[in-house]
Design a protein around this ligand. Sequence first.
Ligand SMILES: C[S@@+](CC[C@H](N)C(=O)[O-])C[C@H]1O[C@@H](n2cnc3c(N)ncnc32)[C@H](O)[C@@H]1O
Length: 342
Amino acid sequence: MTKNRLQEPLPRLDINVQVRQKILPYCRLKKGEIWQDSIAGHQVGVFDATVSNDVSQIFCGQSAALAIQDPPYNIIVGNHNTQGLGKTSLAEYIEFCRKWIENTLSILAKDASLYVWLGADQKDHFQPLPDFMILMRDYPDIVSRSFITMRNQRGYGTQKNWMAVRQECLYYVKGNAYFDVQAEYTDIPKILRGYYKKIDGQLKENFERSKSENIRAGNVWVDIQQVFYRMQENVPGCYAQKPIKCIERIVKASSQPGDCITDFFAHSGTTLIVGEILKRKVITFDCDEIFAEITIRRLEHFRKTGQLGWQCANPFPEVGDLVAFENEVDTPEQPSTRLGEL
Ligand SMILES: C[S@@+](CC[C@H](N)C(=O)[O-])C[C@H]1O[C@@H](n2cnc3c(N)ncnc32)[C@H](O)[C@@H]1O
């Protein structure tokens, strides 16, 4: 449900009409415009991921070694801001995906990686995940590599089913994509035993075979905390923010410093912050001016303060007190709805 007013200075910014009207005059980009970062060369724009002209306008002949896509779902496609929550049909949703996937493929480098975060509705045959997987078979240049599950602690508890605590991420590659998972150890200590292997005739347990005290990341990520208002990286008003740590893991494993990486659904600007920290050039955009503005502000705020987000402070202090959200809407938060709760 909506976060406590004292904890969050902004409501979800896609659907609160009054608050949007107050913030929009402070957004420096309008549709079709690009903010060019003079320090690290990042680009942030207001574009539609499904429109090929929009994508080619911001890329302008550049290509990306890595795309991390986190599209919305369970909302009415193209109706991202003021009309409230609703659900598009599966066929429409897959058509929406086809467009942004083809636009993504048009800007991927010869050797590149593509990660897609998607949901699976338990009450609807786990859609859109299975139909999205089938859609991806239409692109022979793209090869599936892994199916990552991230534990999301915000799932709802229930007595009638398993608690839904997962988010899915599909990993694909094109050509000979860079990958170095050695670089990525989790902070999970090696506490589980039981994996034995014969080495030089002797049965050895996994503790004896690796010097690291921690386990390497596999494709089930249980060590990542879902963002909530007590965390510094929290961006008020963003209802679907991904934790920095999961994007950082992807960027470290599937790109190198100096690479160009992209995210067509910027929202809170997580990929931009990670790219800045890891010295990748980021091209990112959102179809909503407010989220493009938040993305730019998050980078500026990070450069000025070293902080990863605003925790409970308002990213738009010049707008004044927005705490008394007129017409406050009682909405489920995106991470929970994305899990297809019971
Ligand atoms: C799930 S959020 C992305 C969250 C992001 N990974 C983060 O960590 O903050 C999806 C975003 O996509 C944007 N969006 C929806 N449709 C879009 C489209 N056709 N083109 C570009 N952005 C779109 C929404 O405004 C929203 O901000």
